[in-house]
Design a protein around this ligand. Structure first.
Ligand SMILES: Nc1ncnc2c1ncn2[C@@H]1O[C@H](COP(=O)(O)OP(=O)(O)OP(=O)(O)O)[C@@H](O)[C@H]1O
Length: 346
């Protein structure tokens, strides 16, 4: 959550959309980023490179330094050490040019409930100094994108949580930023509202050339990221695509429910060279590619196979492996499982 280190910029911001960064220039580049507060080193040497157009997830347990890092990337807090470039602009040397590149959506709503949706957007357009002639059309475009055109003249305090989030994202995009920072964009929303916010985000990414830097504690949101960095105690401890991160921590598990588990275990050992483990759910083997192995096992065992389940390592397993915590403190949903009933042989 953003605290006092992290305030919205007060000064009016530049009028023109920033020119696009040249090809090959990262949307975000941070080198050796550190930030200390009295008695605590919140960020302890973070390196990050985020490419143009990426949906980048920044995950970590509470208090690991995510918000402090975002505050520095957004020019809202000064690093104790390190270099940051946003679309090639140095945050320290050229903060104005950097802010022109940024859209910010914080955990806590900064909408004015006593203004309408349209008035909130107009206020933001004035704050960012958008050319007056383009404001009505851009506001209409953003309201349309947020699915709020028919509520444009309603007071924001009458909006649901999901509508507010969509309006906040629309507002963050009004001045055509190159990089959108989203701090827990769907926190506290019900599943339907979360799905709509994500639908909105995907549509935005199709329409606008945009890099999204996202923090989330939701597993399904992390799964949608192109790449993820996992932070623990102020450092990046793992980085990669969701698939890469999962493949590093281990293999798939294939669980077989059979008519004769001891015989199946013997077959698995002798014919397939596997190392089966028995349990209440059946016989389990591990494999690099469980989905490919499962049909071979079904076809090759002499005992009847009633069901086969392939369990892949989840991002939650990855998170636990690197940080010692689950992504959420409350029980997370289990990993996606492919269960195929089968007649087997015999
Ligand atoms: N202004 C501040 N003064 C002193 N300590 C701070 C300040 N802001 C953050 N901290 C401390 O720095 C550490 C990192 O905080 P930060 O808010 O960056 O973590 P976070 O990963 O964003 O946590 P959360 O997921 O709970 O929002 C924490 O120990 C926090 O208490």
């Amino acid at each position: 959550m953003f605290r006092d280190t992290c305030r919205r910029p007060r000064a009016a911001l530049p009028a023109q959309a920033a020119p696009p960064p040249g090809p090959g220039i990262p949307a975000i580049r941070a080198i050796g980023l550190r930030k200390g507060y009295p008695g605590i080193e919140a960020v302890r040497g973070i390196d990050l490179t985020v490419g143009q157009g990426e949906l980048f997830g920044f995950l970590g347990p509470n208090g690991c330094g995510k918000t402090t890092t975002i505050a520095m990337l957004c020019t809202l807090a000064r690093p104790s050490e390190g270099l940051i470039e946003i679309a090639g602009y140095d945050t320290m040397a050229d903060p104005g040019a950097v802010r022109r590149q940024l859209g910010l959506v914080f955990q806590e709503s900064t909408l004015d409930g006593d203004l309408t949706a349209r008035e909130n957007l107009r206020f933001h357009a004035d704050l960012y100094g958008l050319p007056r002639a383009m404001v009505p059309a851009r506001i209409a475009e953003m309201l349309d994108l947020a699915g709020l055109t028919d509520r444009r003249d309603s007071l924001v305090r009458t909006f649901s949580g999901g509508m507010r989030r969509r309006l906040e994202i629309a507002r963050g995009l009004l001045h055509r930023p190159r990089v959108l920072f989203l701090d827990e964009p769907t926190l506290g929303l019900d599943p339907e509202a979360r799905a709509r916010v994500w639908g909105h985000l995907h549509e935005v990414r199709e329409r606008e050339t945009l890099t999204v830097f996202l923090t989330t504690h939701y597993l399904d949101e992390a799964e949608q990221c192109d790449r993820i960095a996992i932070v623990s105690e102020g450092r990046v401890v793992a980085q990669g695509t969701p698939g890469e991160l999962k493949s590093v921590i281990g293999a798939d598990r294939v669980v077989l429910r059979t008519g004769d588990d001891p015989a199946a275990a013997r077959d698995l050992r002798e014919r397939f060279g596997l190392d089966p483990v028995g349990g209440p759910d059946g016989v389990t083997v591990t494999a690099e590619d469980g989905a490919r192995l499962a049909p071979r096992l079904c076809a090759g065992l002499d005992v009847p196979v009633y069901a086969v389940t392939v369990i892949r390592p989840s991002l939650d397993d990855v998170f636990l492996h690197h940080t010692g915590h689950r992504i959420r403190d409350d029980p997370a949903p289990g990993p996606p499982a492919l269960t195929a009933p089968t007649g087997g042989r015999g």
